[in-house]
Design a binder for this molecule. Structure first.
Ligand code: GLN
Ligand code: ZN
Length: 803
């Protein structure tokens, strides 16, 4: 490199590592602290111990301890919350938590994430197209930025004291602002608990760029003083279309990194490594290079090799290529990855030596995958051989870096094993099943279509006999301690399957009885038998496997264990029919069958990487289609197919939206269109803003759509109306994400509000989402109020039409 003060980049590195602990140690330690079962000191000691063990694990796997190849990316809750707190972007309603220096202690940090009695937490939303959720910083024209936390430096020094030179990781300024929410200045009513005000017209957080940059400069300077050779300043938001002018975003990038690179010079600050993960951002790379950053990171998995023109513009800037997928669990095709790396290398600074200019990494942080395949002792050994979790991916990165520098022979063992395992995967009979493929190939238009809605509506009215504004719930009832205990005892073999089934049937009978007593119109069986709405189906379908320890952080201390969809999907036997039929046998009211939709099953699983998602979706849809047919034959007249993740898989780039919506909507229709006109098909959507997918919601062609709406006070209804939506709709009128019990009048008000935009013949009354995370002490009175509110508005509407 020409600049003598630039340290060499490590040849192999990862963008990040899971943080929650291989045995979810951090989750347990934090939750014990929250529950008052341990002291702050204990928590901090446990976290430090976990960090120490993670660093030594990474060294053991082959990352060098002394060249900044080990990222320092620990977080107690979330990396976006971390940068907000570091920059002092704490909303005024939490100002009382700050000490005299404007700093927040760890309990205060948790309060921002979780809220308190009077103060709502920061909002939470999806991190790009992953199932990880970050906390949304709130930025107003008045937010006073200043370096308010030294944790980044402390973490670096902690590792250095143990002889490990790490690479601090922070969310970069442009991404920080793009991910933030614009708010107005709060009217601090006495105790500062007033709600957040609306932002001034036209204000966006990016307007505050110039105010944020000096704080980053100061942070870099303190890292430089601490002796950090490299810092990873992440800009994943550059891979997304923000609906903001792209030129404005790129101008912000140029301004930001020119400031970071030049306001302090090397070695007063660490060398800047700016990865753009989660997708391609070719246009941003030359901008970063021009601004003077020492290294850029490219996502080679989602984005591919940038054009020669772009590479040519990178000049002396080092490139760190994300060649190993950080989002999936399959062993890398090392030969294909090496070819891509060599292609990239050939495009860089033609004629120049490559020493130190190209390094290998993961496409994203490994926070999206579990730790170690080795921990999965009961997985089928063949499947296990195909998998790479975080630790195996570290080894793959090292093998690629070795091959790139010393030639493929130097890592031949790893390459041969990888090729062998990929071959065994391709040849496995469960991966490609003729009967599944023939069925998908034979699909035609008609398999995606039901009769006209008008015909369906009258057929359904004839059999269902429902009042106007019918009431129902979204499916699950509280998962009580008894249910969970029965399930884990069954898992351990302490409860026979017959005993377990009897316990679940007893629960179903109780839940059906309760719903009759409450006066709900369309009942559910309550889903007690389901550990999780996706894993339950994965356990009953062929082509899926479930892990024992494959936990992945979803948000804060919440982890999920995604299933692994490895082969062609088939349904060996009906899954839900017995449970639903049993519930139906206990009541004269209609009972709604309950299925998880194909898109949601894919979104919350690790999916295969050897065929387009659309093909996998069609296979899952066909399995569900058989379940719909069987439910119908068993006399279940209402069937709900949940798609809460429909919005989540929406691609980051708008040019990819249409293709995605086509196959995702198609999969739902394929699953449901087997239903006869008299069978009422419901769907349920939640966890997101629906604006961008309104047209798709209509295209699902469900007879009834229940949709989260309570917190936003029915905001989605005018949007649906504007899109011409004219089928049944149940906007949620009870916010189940809070333990609060809504009163009858308050629910009645929301129902009346909904009745203004939905004709009463199409309006349903239901909660926002399933009730599984709540307790009966809240659910019972809330549903009682919900039924009473529906009756109240129903009576009002019928008297006004009679009058
Ligand atoms: N039927 C599911 C339930 O009630 C739906 C859950 C969801 O939308 N996330 O639990
Ligand atoms: Zn929901």
């Amino acid at each position: 490199m020409t600049d003598r003060t630039t340290p060499t980049l490590p040849a192999a590195t990862i963008l990040g590592y899971p943080r929650i602990g291989p045995g979810r140690e951090l989750k347990r330690a934090i939750e014990a602290f929250w529950a008052g079962r341990s002291e702050l000191d204990d928590l901090q000691a446990k976290a430090a111990d976990l960090r120490r063990r993670q660093r030594s694990r990474l060294v053991e796997l082959g990352l060098a301890p002394d060249d900044a190849s080990i990222p320092s990316d620990f977080s107690y809750y979330d990396q976006v919350l971390d940068i907000a707190v570091t920059l002092g972007a704490v909303p005024p309603r939490f100002a009382h938590l700050l000490d005299d220096d404007g700093a927040l202690d760890l309990p205060g940090y948790f309060t921002l994430a979780r809220g308190s009695e009077e103060r709502p937490p920061l909002e939470m939303t999806k991190w790009f197209d992953t199932n990880y959720h970050y906390l949304v910083p709130e930025i107003s024209p008045q937010t006073a930025f200043r370096l308010s936390d030294d944790r980044v430096v402390r973490l670096f020094l902690e590792a250095a004291a143990e002889g490990v030179t790490t690479r601090p990781v922070v969310v970069g300024p442009v991404t920080f602002l793009l991910l933030s929410k614009a708010v107005g200045v709060e009217e601090t009513e006495g105790d500062g608990a007033a709600p957040t005000a609306a932002p001034p017209e036209g204000f966006t957080p990016l307007d505050r760029l110039d105010d944020v940059l000096p704080v980053y400069v100061e942070l870099l300077r303190s890292l430089g003083q601490a002796g950090a050779p490299w810092v990873q300043v992440e800009e994943p938001a550059l891979a997304v279309d923000w609906g903001v002018d792209r030129d404005r975003v790129l101008a912000a990038v140029e301004r930001a990194y020119a400031a970071l690179a030049t306001e302090t010079s090397r070695p007063e600050r660490p060398a800047l490594f700016v990865p753009v993960a989660y997708g391609p951002a070719e246009d941003a790379l030359p901008v970063l290079a021009r601004a003077g950053v020492e290294a850029v990171g490219i996502d080679l998995v989602r984005g591919g090799v940038p054009s020669g023109e772009v590479l040519g513009e990178l000049g002396d800037t080092a490139v760190v290529a994300g060649a190993v997928d950080g989002r999936n669990v399959w062993r890398t095709d090392l030969d294909a990855a090496l070819t891509r790396l060599q292609e990239l290398e050939a495009g860089l600074r033609p004629g120049a030596g490559r020493e130190g200019t190209l390094s290998v990494t993961t496409s994203t942080s490994l926070q999206h995958v579990p730790y170690d395949v080795g921990a999965e002792t009961s997985l089928d050994p063949q499947l296990r051989a195909w998998l790479a979790f975080a630790d195996q991916k570290v080894e793959e990165v090292i093998a690629l870096a070795t091959a790139l520098i010393e030639g493929r022979d130097a890592a031949e063992g790893a390459f041969l094993t990888a090729a062998d395992r990929r071959r065994s995967r391709l040849e496995h009979p469960g991966v490609r099943r003729a009967e599944v493929r023939e069925r998908v190939a034979a699909l035609g238009e008609a398999d995606y279509r039901r009769a006209d809605f008008a015909e369906r509506a009258s057929a359904q009215a004839a059999v269902l006999d429902l009042p106007p504004l019918p009431t129902t719930t979204i499916g699950s009832f509280p998962q009580t301690v008894e249910i969970r205990r029965a399930r884990s005892r069954h898992g351990r073999g302490e409860l026979s399957t017959a005993e377990y089934t009897a316990a679940m049937r007893e629960e179903i009978a109780r839940v059906v009885g309760l719903q009759e007593e409450l006066g709900l119109d369309v009942l559910v069986h309550g889903e007690p038998e389901r550990n999780d709405m996706v894993q339950y189906f994965a356990e009953h379908l062929e082509g899926f496997a479930v892990t024992e320890r494959g936990w992945v952080q979803s948000y804060g201390t919440r982890c999920t264990r995604p299933s692994i969809l490895w082969g062609d999907v088939a349904r060996p036997a009906p899954i839900t029919v017995e449970w639903s039929s049993y519930a139906a046998s206990l009541t004269d009211k209609p009972v709604k069958g309950m299925l998880t939709g194909p898109v949601t099953i894919l979104a919350w699983s690790f999916v295969r990487d050897d065929q387009p998602l659309a093909d996998t979706a069609a296979q899952v849809a066909l399995a569900l289609r058989d379940e719909v047919a069987d439910l119908e034959s068993a006399g279940i007249g209402v069937i709900q197919v949940d798609e809460p993740a429909l919005r989540e898989l929406l691609p980051l780039r708008s040019e990819d939206h249409a293709a995605y919506l086509e196959w995702s909507v198609g999969a739902f229709r394929l699953a449901t269109s087997v239903a006869a006109p008299r069978t009422q098909v419901h769907t349920h959507l939640c966890y997101s803003e629906f604006g961008e997918v309104i047209g798709a919601i209509d295209a699902l062609d469900a007879d009834v759509t229940s949709i989260e709406a309570a917190r936003s006070r029915m905001e989605v209804l005018p949007e649906l109306q504007a899109a011409g939506f004219a089928r049944g709709v149940g906007p949620g009128v009870y916010d189940i994400h809070s333990p609060r019990v809504p009163g009858e009048e308050e629910i009645a008000e929301l129902v009346a509000l909904a009745a203004e935009s939905v004709p009463s013949g199409l309006l349903w009354v239901n909660p926002d989402c399933g009730l599984k995370t709540r307790g009966y002490e809240e659910v019972e009175p809330s549903l009682r109020h919900l039924v009473a509110a529906a009756r109240q508005v129903r009576d009002r509407l019928t008297t006004s039409t009679e009058a």
